[in-house]
Design a protein around this ligand. Structure first.
Ligand code: FES
Length: 214
């Protein structure tokens, strides 16, 4: 039996140089002075120890750069005065953190039992064919990433999918097509989290995450 490795299965080390999206070629520092000032003022006072600020700071970096590369983890560890291994443990544990850049619109399609029964496979197939994208892949332009996810805690409104932080409930094929088409129509340099959020919220019932440092 022959098989062909998908791009996402490569063992090559991640490189930002080959990416088409210019803004992801950042070489650091990843934790800027402005970020540190904001974290010091808005994040750290909420916690008894500096360590407590780790999750919101990682969310902030992920939102800002769409990835948390290893150098950024080292900088976060220095800022919080914790071992870099603790930052790495946290980044590698949670699905929302990525060491390689993801697209500006990350589609997290729930594949757990309630959504499976309610048709998640057809929705995922439509995304794969329409975007020519396999699970865990990002297109060359850096517009979309497709991520199969486990239960998103909204089984009573299955099927559901996350578009960045926006959870779209009772997702229909028409809604999915509309979101994908509208996101594709936006020039890549103008496509940001707010544009994706507005498109998704216009489609119906959504739950949305808070800003990581609000
Ligand atoms: S199974 Fe999809 S939200 Fe629970």
């Amino acid at each position: 039996m022959s098989w062909k490795a998908k791009p996402s299965s490569t063992t090559e080390p991640a490189s930002l140089d080959g990416l088409a999206h210019e803004d992801l070629k950042h070489q650091g520092p990843w934790c800027t002075d402005a970020m540190k000032q904001t974290w010091t003022k808005l994040v750290l006072p909420k916690y008894a120890t500096k360590h407590g600020g780790l999750m919101p700071i990682l969310h902030d970096l992920q939102h800002h750069y769409r990835c948390i590369p290893y150098q950024a983890m080292v900088e976060v560890a220095a800022f919080l005065e914790i071992p870099p291994a603790e930052v790495l443990d946290t980044v590698s544990f949670y699905e929302e953190f990525h060491t390689e850049p993801v697209g500006r619109c990350v589609i997290g399609i729930c594949q757990s039992i309630a959504c499976e029964v309610c048709g998640h496979a057809a929705l995922e197939d439509r995304i794969r064919t329409k975007l020519d994208l396999e699970p865990h892949e990002t297109d060359d332009e850096g517009r979309f990433t497709l991520l199969p996810l486990e239960c998103l805690g909204s089984c009573d409104t299955a099927p559901v999918a996350l578009f960045n932080d926006e959870l779209l409930e009772n997702l229909t094929m028409d809604q999915l097509e509309t979101v994908l088409d509208q996101v594709k129509d936006i020039p890549i340099e103008q496509l940001d989290r707010e544009r994706v959020r507005d498109i998704v919220r216009a489609q119906g019932t959504t739950q949305h995450g808070r800003s990581p440092i609000s």
